[in-house]
Write a protein that binds this ligand. Structure first.
Ligand SMILES: *[C@@H]1O[C@H](CO)[C@@H](O)[C@H](O)[C@H]1NC(C)=O
Ligand SMILES: *[C@@H]1O[C@H](CO)[C@@H](O)[C@H](O)[C@H]1NC(C)=O
Ligand SMILES: *[C@@H]1O[C@H](CO)[C@@H](O)[C@H](O)[C@H]1NC(C)=O
Length: 484
């Protein structure tokens, strides 16, 4: 009798203990804010005081975070799958090599972060731009999977700041002429946050405003500076693109098409500065959103159990290396992108030189949600980013790649179209060394010693002796297409 009694008591204790451990392991909420084409190297983060106050000062800034392919759709698919672009085979913004239809065709709609999070017991929400080529016609053929709630910006008005069209939970798209896209997305994000909180389950909320991407008209294929709301129109009137040593340099640099660029004219430089100010202004609504989200979480006492991850799909250049506004290059401006994280256990108010890439974001989020178990069976090429600044180890290199053409944007780029922009590169860095090495489809190579030459002005690579260029798909240029 007494042994039965003590058995029951032990079972009771065990039960209590399990309950405690479960409570300890309460799955954290995760908010992922993904901006579009936001640079780190042009110092856009310096103009986001609320991002600093609520995320940087309360979390960690990852100074050496990279996209692995400097164009929206392939980069977003890389982020959503944790697999390198050469493994997702989504390598462009439009079919046949990329865009939403290619994502579907590769079976990735069933195999991505939101789907896995849902399987892990999360409610998942997403608002804003998902992938390029996600349109009024194909948004439901099929619907993007993995979302408890979703509201997507759709082409052809994705990059019209005052004419968004969005489909909510797979419904018929609604057009919002006259409403500022970044504010529209922010308001819808607050609604999803309310839904998520009311449901009482752990949640993932992806928020992808288009700022600071260029305004872009599909009808004319014209890109121009991003639009901003009247309340921010008078900000940054005297700010210009930082005049770094690689700003419109007196001798051309790089290789392939970049090495033959003429210097930018004074008009083109002034245009670049105007473009830059417009980008900073278009980021202000996103900065305000960060404050609203954080205060809402705080009011609901959820801030302490929520990770907020802030990043962009790829970087951006304006006038460096004589380039008009754009991305798609392997230069540091295009690949080194913002990453800031706050949340439980994340070191506060610090920045780190630890190396990471978008390939690591899905593994990072899955391990936050499920611990080590979150890493199994997804074919990850990346690994979780250590959120503890004191932890040693990690990788010292990032694999960078690009296929096809470069697409400069804006007035001084209207006539330009660059083929032969296919390259594979490695960015490698650590205590006492820092290099960028690239091999191009034209057989050219680049090597920069980035401790001695951080602005990538002196190519140390010797030309390849072989006279026969390696055949590559890009030697027959594809049709120009929308910037991503
Ligand atoms: C990648 O996609 C292209 C375009 O659809 C296709 O031709 C190619 O065979 C694919 N590569 C692999 C390895 O699946
Ligand atoms: C606004 O978007 C709608 C839906 O995409 C489109 O029909 C309309 O032509 C757009 N308006 C302008 C001014 O581009
Ligand atoms: C690509 O490079 C090859 C080899 O240098 C050259 O012959 C070809 O004209 C280039 N194509 C374009 C579109 O620049």
């Amino acid at each position: 009798m007494s042994s039965l009694h003590s058995l029951l008591r032990s079972l009771c204790l065990l039960f209590l203990l399990l309950q405690f451990t479960n409570a300890d392991r309460k799955q954290p909420n995760i908010i992922l804010i993904l901006t579009d084409d936001q640079d780190q190297k042009l110092q856009s983060l310096d103009y986001m005081p609320l991002l600093k106050k609520y995320i940087a000062d309360q979390g960690t800034t990852f100074n050496k975070h990279y996209c692995t392919v400097s164009i929206c759709c392939p980069s977003r698919v890389n982020l959503l799958t944790g697999r390198a672009a050469h493994n997702t085979n989504v390598t462009d913004v439009i079919p046949p090599f990329g865009g939403y239809p290619k994502f579907i065709a590769e079976g990735l709609n069933e195999n991505n972060l939101p789907v896995w999070l849902q399987q892990a017991g999360y409610n998942t929400y997403y608002v804003g731009k998902y992938l390029n080529g996600h349109t009024l016609d194909n948004y439901n053929k099929p619907l993007a999977k993995g979302f408890t709630g979703s509201e997507f910006l759709l082409d052809p008005s994705t990059y019209q700041y005052y004419n968004a069209s969005m489909s909510r939970n797979g419904g018929i798209p609604v057009n919002y002429p006259g409403q500022y896209s970044n504010d529209l997305v922010a308001n819808k994000a607050y609604d999803f946050l309310d839904d998520a909180i009311a449901a009482g389950k752990p949640f993932f909320l992806g928020i992808a405003p288009i700022g600071p991407h260029s305004e872009f008209q599909f009808a004319t294929l014209e890109a121009s500076a991003p639009q901003y709301p009247p309340r921010h129109a008078n900000l940054f009137n005297t700010i210009t693109v930082p005049r770094t040593p690689n700003f419109n340099p007196s001798t051309p640099g790089g290789t392939s098409w970049i090495s033959t660029l003429p210097p930018l004219t004074p008009e083109a430089l002034a245009y670049g500065d105007t473009f830059y100010r417009a980008r900073l202004r278009s980021l202000q609504s996103i900065d305000e959103m960060i404050e609203s989200l954080t205060l809402r979480l705080n009011t609901k006492k959820l801030l302490e159990n929520t990770y907020i991850i802030y990043t962009s799909d790829n970087g951006f250049h304006i006038s460096q290396h004589r380039l008009p506004p754009g991305k798609n290059c392997g230069f540091e401006e295009d690949i080194n992108i913002p990453l800031l994280i706050r949340g439980p256990g994340v070191s506060k108010g610090v920045s780190t030189q630890k190396v990471s890439s978008h390939t690591d974001i899905a593994p990072t989020i899955m391990s936050l949600a499920l611990g080590k178990n979150g890493l199994d069976g997804h074919g990850f090429d990346g690994k979780p980013i250590s959120l503890d600044i004191k932890e040693e180890g990690g990788s010292d290199s990032v694999n960078i790649e690009y296929w096809g053409r470069a697409l400069p944007e804006g007035d001084f780029a209207a006539q330009l179209f660059y083929g032969n922009n296919t390259y594979k590169a490695v960015r490698i860095m650590g205590e006492g060394y820092s290099y960028y090495y690239a091999v191009w489809c034209t057989n050219e190579r680049e090597l920069y010693d980035m401790l001695a030459d951080p602005y990538q002005l002196t190519n140390l690579a010797l030309p390849i002796p072989s006279p026969n260029p390696v055949p590559s798909p890009s030697s027959t240029p594809r049709t120009p297409s929308p910037p991503s």
